[in-house]
Design a binder for this molecule. Structure first.
Ligand SMILES: NC(=O)c1ccc[n+]([C@@H]2O[C@H](COP(=O)([O-])OP(=O)(O)OC[C@H]3O[C@@H](n4cnc5c(N)ncnc54)[C@H](O)[C@@H]3O)[C@@H](O)[C@H]2O)c1
Ligand SMILES: O=C(O)C1=N[C@H](C(=O)O)CCC1
Length: 235
């Protein structure tokens, strides 16, 4: 498979190694200021760029009939427009806030726990995410997906808020930035008598990168807007 990497930073470089180890050719490595390239050289594109760049990269792929996998976070104000364009062009598109197998299992665990806690008003939920200091967005895309998983499955919450909540129906998300941390997410239910915590700790970026390559392999030849649940057949 011929792969275009849109964004050649920490994730782009990790994805390149995994793609090559799985027998793929990386035919384009696009980074900032690379404006003049032919995306149709690739069978599929993998975008891990910047919040400000992702939507432009995705629309370029869809307008040129190149299926695209995006892991960039912080651009979701434009997600519905990307979905509409994908449908209009009969293209292929997958966005996931987190491509790792472990986090996608964790997302399902979070939804199940949220359902179990829905009638237990003595517990309040909070979330914490920890990432490296170079991360541009907060809260992380993964933390937002976790919060949405609780909101959709628990009657006590209707929104989330970064840092302290000023309203009991808003899930407070605390975002911490610590040198070199690849990604830790904790969901905590707290009552007066006890705490229940579920946590996912990424040890490195390999899980995110492998998931993105597996998603790209799966997407080629398909038309539609998909999620990692489709790729992994879970949920
Ligand atoms: N979904 C996931 O599983 C997952 C995992 C890790 C990171 N991420 C997200 O992926 C994104 C990238 O993370 P990273 O750690 O590799 O960041 P990074 O800063 O190391 O890399 C981003 C690269 O994009 C480049 N870039 C800037 N403008 C561009 C453009 N127009 N086209 C292409 N590239 C451009 C930058 O120069 C940089 O090299 C972030 O949004 C991050 O939150 C998602
Ligand atoms: O390193 C990052 O940046 C990460 N971003 C994603 C997010 O925002 O959830 C996934 C984890 C790593």
């Amino acid at each position: 498979m011929k792969i275009a990497l849109l964004g050649y930073g920490r994730m782009g470089q990790t994805i390149e190694k995994i793609a090559i180890s799985r027998g793929h050719d990386v035919v384009l490595k696009i980074d900032k200021d690379d404006n003049d390239y032919d995306i149709t050289l690739a069978d599929v594109a993998i975008d891990f760029s910047l919040p400000s760049a992702a939507f432009g990269n995705i629309t370029n792929c869809l307008n040129n009939n190149v299926p695209v996998v995006s892991g960039t976070t912080g651009w979701l104000d434009n997600y519905d427009k990307a979905v509409a364009l994908c449908k209009e062009k009969n293209g292929g598109f997958i966005y996931a806030s987190n491509f790792s197998l472990g986090v996608n299992i964790f997302f399902e665990l979070n939804k199940t726990l949220a359902k179990m806690m829905s009638n237990l008003n003595q517990y309040n939920v909070t979330m914490e995410e920890i990432h490296h200091t170079k991360k541009l967005d907060a809260p992380s895309g993964t933390a937002i997906t976790l919060a949405e998983g609780v909101i959709d499955n628990n009657n006590n919450y209707d929104d989330w808020k970064l840092d302290e909540s000023d309203k009991s129906t808003r899930i407070p998300i605390v975002a911490k930035r610590i040198e070199d941390v690849p990604g830790t997410h904790t969901v905590n239910y707290e009552s007066e008598v006890d705490s229940i915590n579920i946590e996912h700790v990424a040890h490195n970026r390999q899980g995110f990168a492998l998931g993105a390559v597996v998603a790209a392999e799966w997407l080629v030849g398909k038309a539609g807007v998909f999620s990692m649940n489709d790729v992994l057949n879970i949920g």
